[in-house]
Design a protein around this ligand. Structure first.
Ligand code: GLA
Length: 375
């Protein structure tokens, strides 16, 4: 047994030891997740004079250390899945609001803006919507009526709480020789479903900013096909206010020239620009993802770290120089702890695409994004 004096000395020594450690070292000493500090400059502070900074999330991210990071860093949020058609209206007329509401409530309680994502897409869409009332395929008139009911109900519910909507997502085909994607929407309605979706959303909330959202928007051939679609919409007087560039990028793309050209091209139509789903994977999009070699490990090497921080520095430099047309930049997921890319397409490969590491600590790329000379 220790004597009283010894016990006292032991306690004092312990106290001295731990009181001289930083939060991070203390946690390491205890082999816990590092204690999360928020005493450094946040993205939303650094970009206050430029554009809002957002993040995509789900209800499970609204508690604990992720919620703390979200409150510190972001002033805009997007529901990763909760507002997609299949999630909100899995059966005709049966709306499931719980998850979407919890995200909107969290935003309201914390003074965070919400982007709505999305109202019409070819994925995560329930099958019933394309089925005719007496079997077979639905008619164009009924499909548009269903689209109208969905959009009107959803936009109305969040009127005044959601300031911007991705109305149509990914309507352009992947094949450069085609124009619009040959989705069920297109097969049944032609291009009209796009026009109508915007009209329905505008009628439900005339104050909401309405976006067309897509990926690979900086690749010149796709950029031009998107440009032509947007121009047709503008020429017909469709209520569209902006384009969402998803920005699922890699170390290789886009180049600075491609990014600048895309922003200028879309902005020339008088549209606002938002980067809606930003991440910079350490792997190129199409190729390597499916070509993982046996024994290959997913290392975030110093070399990859350097390349990634350069790419992040470049794209944010370009964003800042277009602050007059860019109104939001949103990251798709919070940190490298979880990214949708890690599960896609069933590779289980870590992509390390974001600005915070698995312990929610800022990566080197973070400081490249934060430390800049305002001009
Ligand atoms: C697209 C969609 C997003 C999300 C990602 C993958 O970019 O717009 O909602 O589903 O794919 O997670």
């Amino acid at each position: 047994m220790m004597s009283r004096t010894k016990t006292f000395r032991f306690i004092v020594t312990l106290w001295l030891y731990f009181s001289t450690l930083t939060g991070f070292e203390y946690a390491q000493a205890q082999q816990l997740t590092p204690i999360q500090t928020t005493d450094y400059k946040s993205l939303k502070e650094a970009y206050q004079a430029y554009f809002s900074i957002g993040v995509a999330l789900g209800p499970k991210n609204l508690v604990g250390d992720e919620a703390r990071l979200i409150r510190h860093q972001f002033n805009s949020i997007t529901a990763e899945n909760a507002m997609k058609m299949g999630n909100l209206q899995p059966f005709e007329g049966k709306f499931y609001w719980k998850n979407a509401d919890s995200i909107v409530n969290f935003a309201q309680q914390n003074g965070i803006k919400v982007r709505g994502h999305n109202l019409c897409w070819h994925e995560q869409t329930p099958n019933w919507i394309f089925k005719g009332k007496v079997g077979g395929e639905v008619t164009k008139a009924i499909l548009l009526q269903r689209l109208k009911t969905h959009i009107t109900t959803v936009v109305n519910r969040y009127k005044g709480k959601i300031y911007a909507w991705d109305v149509v997502n990914e309507a352009i085909d992947d094949n450069p020789n085609n124009d619009l994607r040959n989705s069920r929407w297109y097969q049944i309605c032609g291009e009209d479903y796009i026009l109508k979706a915007f009209e329905y959303a505008h009628a439900a909330d005339p104050d909401a900013q309405l976006f067309y959202n897509d990926y690979n928007t900086e690749r010149p051939e796709k950029r031009e096909r998107i440009y032509r679609l947007l121009k047709r919409l503008k020429d017909k007087g469709v209520p569209i206010h902006g384009i969402g560039l998803q920005a699922h990028w890699s170390l290789q793309e886009p180049t600075e020239d491609e990014l600048v050209s895309a922003i200028k091209r879309y902005a020339s139509l008088g549209l606002k620009i938002q980067f809606t789903e930003l991440d910079i994977s350490i792997y190129p999009w199409e190729k390597n993802r499916r070509e993982r070699k046996a024994n290959e490990t997913d290392q975030f090497t110093t070399e990859l770290e350097q390349k990634q921080l350069k790419q992040y520095a470049m794209v944010f430099k370009v964003f800042r120089s277009f602050k007059d047309v860019i109104t939001n930049v949103t990251f798709w997921n919070i940190s490298d702890r979880h990214s949708w890319l890690d599960e896609y397409p069933v590779m289980g490969r870590k992509n390390y695409p974001l600005l915070f590491d698995q312990n929610l600590q800022p990566k080197k790329a973070y400081w490249e994004v934060i430390n800049f000379k305002p001009h």
